[in-house]
Design a protein around this ligand. Structure first.
Ligand SMILES: Nc1ncnc2c1ncn2[C@@H]1O[C@H](COP(=O)(O)OP(=O)(O)OP(=O)(O)O)[C@@H](O)[C@H]1O
Length: 306
């Protein structure tokens, strides 16, 4: 698989503050990569380094397998980004605003504006003034601007932030369409994992400037599956019995003599019989599941009480 973005030990400090620390991220061609992290985790800083708006203090960066400064600047021409909200003129229409940017950026072809407006489903409302647009429409207009140079990679900082549920669905569908139909690789940041969960094909979790985990959506799904939680008086012994007697091997031992059994073929009844017949106390047995947000919280060390 071809990497579109690859960073190696990318770090950024402001004075004494380390904002990014040894971040290794790989985004492959065709991915919709969700960069998840709380406010202040370093997402925007990371994206700004990718787009060249900020320089890393140390580490290296490859875009489209190019890494020298000169090559990076031409690789960035193959990229569209929305990091800060672009400044549009409130009194001008969608079309006029886009035309202004087209000329300012020296992008040839007058039909270009209509083409990108069609792509983001704003063509039919192109005569509307910017000030009359919903937030969802404004976000799509930002996307249209980022699409103007036919990018192969889109870098989007919190594009879903503040949208109402229907606005979220619109942006999601649009990004899926751009990814599928135009084969655009997308790197999208959010502080809400759930917002990305229907579109991202892989995830990177940033916490306090560190990448704490990078995994595919299948792996995340696997980790968020349901499990059987048992509390016993001797967890070590029960874990060994579960493996030896019942052949379960997807177990997680937690402090407090708690074991989580993830094996799909687990049977609560057999487990309780096994524990009791070995004269071990069975204090609790319950089917549970981790939801995405709780998984994220556990990753960054904020464990929510169930
Ligand atoms: N120019 C700067 N000078 C000093 N510190 C900065 C600068 N830019 C960002 N920071 C700090 O870096 C940290 C990470 O900020 P960043 O904006 O990258 O986080 P974020 O994950 O995007 O969060 P948010 O969702 O709030 O934008 C914050 O503590 C911020 O105060």
């Amino acid at each position: 698989m071809k990497a579109v973005i690859k960073t190696h030990k990318l770090s950024k400090t402001y004075g004494k503050d380390t904002v990014l620390s040894d971040v290794n991220i790989t985004v492959n061609q065709g991915d919709i990569y969700g960069l998840v992290g709380n406010n202040g985790a370093g997402k925007t800083t990371f994206l700004r380094i990718l787009t060249g708006q900020s320089q890393a203090t140390s580490g290296s960066l490859e875009l489209f397998c190019k890494s020298s400064q000169k090559e990076l600047s031409s690789a960035r021409k193959r990229t569209g980004a929305i990091i800060e909200c672009p400044n549009f003129y409130p009194k001008l229409t969608i079309q006029k605003n886009m035309e202004y940017y087209r000329i300012q950026r020296g992008i040839p072809g007058k039909d270009k504006v209509d083409k990108v407006l069609k792509e983001v489903d704003l063509f039919n409302v192109k005569k509307k003034k910017f000030e009359d647009l919903s937030l969802g429409m404004k976000q799509r207009l930002g996307l249209a601007l980022a699409m103007m140079n036919d990018p192969e990679l889109l870098i989007l900082d919190e594009p879903i932030n503040g949208l109402d549920p229907s606005g979220i669905v619109e942006i999601r569908n649009l990004l899926l369409k751009l990814n599928k139909e135009k084969n655009i690789t997308i790197l999208i940041s959010s502080h809400i994992l759930l917002e990305l969960s229907n579109i991202a094909t892989c995830y990177g979790f940033l916490n306090k400037g560190k990448l704490v985990e990078e995994l595919s959506s299948e792996e995340l799904e696997q980790k968020c599956k349901s499990f059987l939680e048992i509390k016993v008086t001797n967890a070590n012994k029960v874990a060994a019995l579960l493996e030896e007697e019942l052949g379960y091997n997807d177990l997680k031992a937690l402090p407090g003599d708690v074991i989580q059994v993830f094996d799909i073929n687990r049977e609560a009844e057999r487990i309780s019989e096994l524990v009791i017949s070995n004269k071990i106390g069975l204090l609790a047995l319950e089917e549970k599941s981790i939801d995405l947000e709780n998984y994220y919280m556990s990753l960054i060390g904020v464990v929510e009480n169930a």
